[in-house]
Design a protein around this ligand. Sequence first.
Ligand code: ATP
Ligand code: MG
Length: 137
Amino acid sequence: MERTLSIIKPDGVCKRLIGNVVQVFEDAGFRIAAMKMKRLSRGEAEGFYYVHKERPFFGELVDFMISGPVVIMVLEGENVIQRNRDLMGATDPREAAEGTIRARWADSKQNNIVHGSDAPESAAFEIGHFFSGIEIC
Ligand code: ATP
Ligand code: MG
């Protein structure tokens, strides 16, 4: 059994897609082990995306991530890290496979509705960034 961190980004919340995205995860058989809605502080968003801090889009990415509330979830299931990435689709919605979350609902490479951890190490870091042990059911 594996865990991953999922975020419905501000564009997903703004476009009223919380229910649609959660339905995709539940239909896939993932268990939602934790869930919270909050508006990230600049420090939280910078810390979360620190691996991208040298990238040219970092400032805009942080501005986007704090532009409105997000929904943060811990998803649990077998091979859930990769399976969640498969459901999300490629970063750029124009390259995302048909039927994926980003192909269906994303507007751009930045405004791409969801985040998902990409490896066990990043999942552990990201879950710890947002949830304490007692918040995970
Ligand atoms: P995420 O980490 O959010 O799940 P990802 O792993 O598909 O997405 P990353 O390469 O980790 O993509 O980039 C993190 C986020 O930074 C992307 O989801 C997107 O919002 C933004 N981003 C990535 N590349 C670009 C770019 N070239 N221009 C603008 N924004 C970008
Ligand atoms: Mg990533």
